[in-house]
Design a binder for this molecule. Structure first.
Ligand code: ATP
Ligand code: MG
Length: 368
C-alpha cells in the first residue's frame, strides 16, 4: 500500500476571529507554504500561534478569510471536508468507544461503500502496518494509550488519503511512549510516502520527525527550514530561543574584511561571516549554544582559538548523560551544558570558573 505523495500549497491564507469586546484577532496572518509530495512538514510554535487553525483550514473545518489552498492541482478552498481526501489524527484520538478496533478502522471504508471483502483485507493490512495484528475484536477501553493512538493512525491511513494531518497526536502519552511512537509515525509516514502536516509545540518531537519545520509566531511563519538549518542559522531571537537553548551575547564589530568580520567578545574577539549593513562599531547579537561552551578552571588563560570569560556557577542540573549549568557573567546568565559527567566530574554551585567558547562556534544572529 504505497501512495504517491501529493503536493499541498497554502497561498496567502488568513483567518480572523472576532472577539467580544476586543479587537479582531488574526489567528492566521498571511501564511504561505508548500509541502512537497511525501514530505512531512511540522508547524511548531507556542500555544495560540495559529497551528490548529492552519490545519483546520487545510482540512476544511474552517474557511479562510483570504487566500487559497491547493491539494495537487486542485483548488480545495471551498471543497467540503469529506471530499478533500484527507486523513486526520487529533490529540484525543476520538475512537468510537462502542465499536471494536476492526469497526473503528473500517468505518471510513464503509462510508465510502468499499465492498466487504476489500474492507477485511485493507483493515488487516493497516493493522499489520501499525503493529496491531490480532487486535480486531478489542474495544478502545481495552487498549493502552499507545495502542489507541495506533488505531487512530490506522483509521486515518486506511482510506489512502492524499494528505495526512496530525494535531498534537502524541500529547496524551507519557514521555517514553511519545519518543517510541514518534519514531513509529516517522517510519510509517516514510513508508506510505503520504504528504503530511504535523502540529506540535514540542521542539524535540518536531526535530525528530520532520523533513522541514515551519516555526510560527502570532499567526505568521517566523522561519521555515530543516531542523539543522533552523538550529544553525536562526533569523530571529524568537527562532533561536525556540529551536534548542541559546545564549545571545552582545558583541561589537571591530573590522569587516572580505566577507568576514571580527567581533569583540569577552575581552577577545571572534571572526564570523559578515552581515549586511555591519560596519566597525555596529552592535549585534552572537549566538552561543550551551554545548559550545566549556567550563574551565578560573586560572585558565584564553588561547589563540577561543575566548574566555570568568563567572560564578549559579545553578546545576544533573541529568545523567549531561549537566546543565547557569553561570553568572557580568550580571548576565550563561547556559552551559557539559557531557559525560561520570568521567569529567561536576562543578559545584558557587564555584568561580572560566567559560570558554571556541571562536569557530560563535555565529551572528542572521538578519536575512
Ligand atoms: N473558533 C475560534 N473563535 C475565536 N478565536 C479562536 C477560535 N479558534 C482559535 N481561536 C484563537 O486563535 C488563536 C490561534 O488558535 P489555535 O488553536 O490555532 O492555536 P494553536 O497554535 O493550535 O495553539 P495550541 O498549541 O494551544 O493548540 C488563539 O488565540 C485562539 O484563541
Ligand atoms: Mg492547537
Amino acid at each position: 500500500m504505497t501512495t504517491t505523495g501529493t503536493r499541498l500549497q497554502i497561498d496567502h491564507v488568513s483567518k480572523r476571529f472576532s472577539r467580544v469586546g476586543q479587537s479582531t484577532l488574526a489567528a492566521v496572518d498571511d501564511v504561505s507554504l508548500v509541502v512537497e509530495p511525501g514530505e512531512l512538514l511540522t508547524l511548531l510554535g507556542p500555544s495560540g500561534c495559529g497551528k490548529t487553525t492552519t490545519l483546520r483550514m487545510v482540512a476544511g473545518f474552517e474557511q479562510p478569510d483570504d487566500g487559497r489552498i491547493y491539494i495537487g492541482d486542485q483548488d480545495v478552498t471551498e471543497l467540503m471536508v469529506y471530499r478533500r481526501g484527507i486523513g486526520f489524527v487529533f490529540q484525543n484520538y476520538a475512537l468510537f468507544p462502542h465499536l471494536t478496533v476492526f469497526e473503528n478502522v473500517a468505518y471510513g471504508l464503509k462510508v465510502r461503500r468499499v465492498p466487504g471483502r476489500d474492507v477485511d483485507r485493507r483493515v488487516s493490512q493497516v493493522l499489520e502496518l501499525v503493529g496491531l495484528p490480532g487486535y480486531e475484536r478489542r474495544f478502545p477501553n481495552q487498549l493502552s494509550g499507545g495502542e489507541q493512538q495506533r488505531v487512530a493512525v490506522a483509521r486515518a491511513v486506511v482510506v489512502e488519503p492524499r494528505l495526512l494531518l496530525f494535531d498534537e497526536p502524541l500529547s496524551n502519552l507519557d514521555a517514553k511512549l511519545r519518543v517510541q511512537m514518534r519514531a513509529e509515525l516517522s517510519r510509517l509516514q516514510k513508508q506510505l510516502a503520504i504528504t503530511t502536516v504535523y502540529v506540535t509545540h514540542d521542539q524535540d518531537e518536531a526535530m525528530a520527525i520532520s523533513d522541514r519545520i515551519a516555526v510560527m509566531r502570532q499567526g505568521r511563519i517566523a522561519q521555515i527550514g530543516t531542523a539543522e538549518e533552523l538550529y544553525r542559522a536562526p533569523r530571529s531571537e524568537f527562532v533561536a530561543q525556540f529551536i534548542g537553548r541559546v545564549n545571545l551575547v552582545e558583541g561589537r564589530v571591530l573590522d569587516v574584511t572580505g566577507g568576514r568580520m571580527t567581533v569583540a567578545l569577552w575581552g577577545g574577539s571572534v571572526t564570523v561571516a559578515a552581515e549586511p549593513g555591519c560596519a566597525p562599531g555596529t552592535r549585534l547579537s552572537l549566538i552561543l549554544r550551551p554545548e559550545s561552551l566549556t567550563l574551565v578552571p578560573e586560572t585558565t588563560k584564553a588561547g589563540a582559538t577561543d575566548v574566555l570569560v570568568l563567572g560564578t556557577v549559579r545553578s546545576r542540573t544533573f541529568l545523567g548523560e549531561k549537566v546543565e549549568y547557569t553561570v553568572e557573567v557580568a550580571g548576565a546568565l550563561l547556559h552551559v551544558v557539559t557531557y559525560d559527567p561520570a568521567h569529567r566530574g561536576v562543578v559545584d554551585v558557587g564555584a568561580r570558573v572560566g567559560v570558554t567558547c571556541s571562536a569557530a562556534a560563535a555565529r551572528p544572529l542572521t538578519s536575512s
